[in-house]
Ligand binder design. Sequence first.
Ligand code: ATP
Length: 355
Amino acid sequence: MSVDRETILSVLDRLPLPDGGTLVSRDLIRALGIEQGDVRFVIEAESPEQARALEPVRLQAETALRALPGVTGVHVVTTAHGPAAKAPSLKIGQHPAPQQGGPQPISGIDRIIAVGSGKGGVGKSTVSSNLAVALARQGRRVGLLDADIYGPSQPRMMGVSKRPASPDGKTIIPLKAHGVTMMSIGLMLKEDEAVIWRGPMIMGALQQLLTQVEWGRLDVLIIDLPPGTGDIQLSLGQRTHLTGAIVVSTPQDVALLDARKAIDMFQKLKTPVLGLIENMSSYICPNCGHEAHIFGHGGVAAEARRLDLPFLGELPLDLAVRLAGDSGRPVAAGDGPLAEAYAALASRLVAGGMA
Ligand SMILES: Nc1ncnc2c1ncn2[C@@H]1O[C@H](COP(=O)(O)OP(=O)(O)OP(=O)(O)O)[C@@H](O)[C@H]1O
């Protein structure tokens, strides 16, 4: 049984706010998305004070929604307008500036590739970081932007935690790791501020990360998107000229079903789908060498053929990939078959003029 938007809103409309009204009646809910029972939305507070006052309501909302049949997960974040945090702060409380003439390029960046997935947990962030590192090892000037506001994982995967500097309070100096210039929304938050954003509204935040970060000259910027097909992906595709998108999926049917939705979204946005990647494709037992297909095998290649899209390759399920991601040194930075798989993927993109 799946849960719908109306049910979610009616539950939220029953939770009173401390100063009157509800999240719904006060129009504080943004970017509500429901993917396979996973509910995500943003509470847009008017000030950091209000955001703090709303914290009990956020928790109540999570508990109430989790109790609904068909809900498998709930992720709610609060954003706050109001006085800017100490530098480097993204200026707060702005809707993205109105824009004329469709998606725009970003000056100094030759190509932008968005890495998306229909479903969370399929390895989109892992693929983004490893691909970025593999491309940098081939001499490309590479940027990596972690746009997953719900769970920014690139600082951990790339092994950076320093808060980026902003000498003039406007531009932000990105960090460097494994030859890649990187920036993550996670680096702008203090650890104890994980819930309340000191940032602009989310769409504006992404736009600012694209334009206020001093990326320098890049051959390619890789954007690690949040999972699914929500407002962030739409807003990015509508405002920024993307060279193309890569969709990551595991071979399971359920993951493929969602991947199709992501492909559909990119096609509606007129963003070329550069290809599909099958992650967690096969598992080689380190003890006996037996090859197993835990999530199935070949489903993504078959889907690519069916949709007449390029199949960019399969990446095995391997403990070393996770350990490397957790340790901040992606497998692509080392040697061996896993690094070679990413190098081959990077070469294909370079040869095709995509990176
Ligand atoms: N090929 C692989 N082999 C082993 N572990 C993997 C592989 N790919 C990803 N993982 C692990 O699976 C977990 C989820 O991966 P990752 O965070 O990249 O997924 P995601 O699609 O970006 O998820 P989210 O949507 O939650 O951001 C991580 O712990 C990662 O290290």
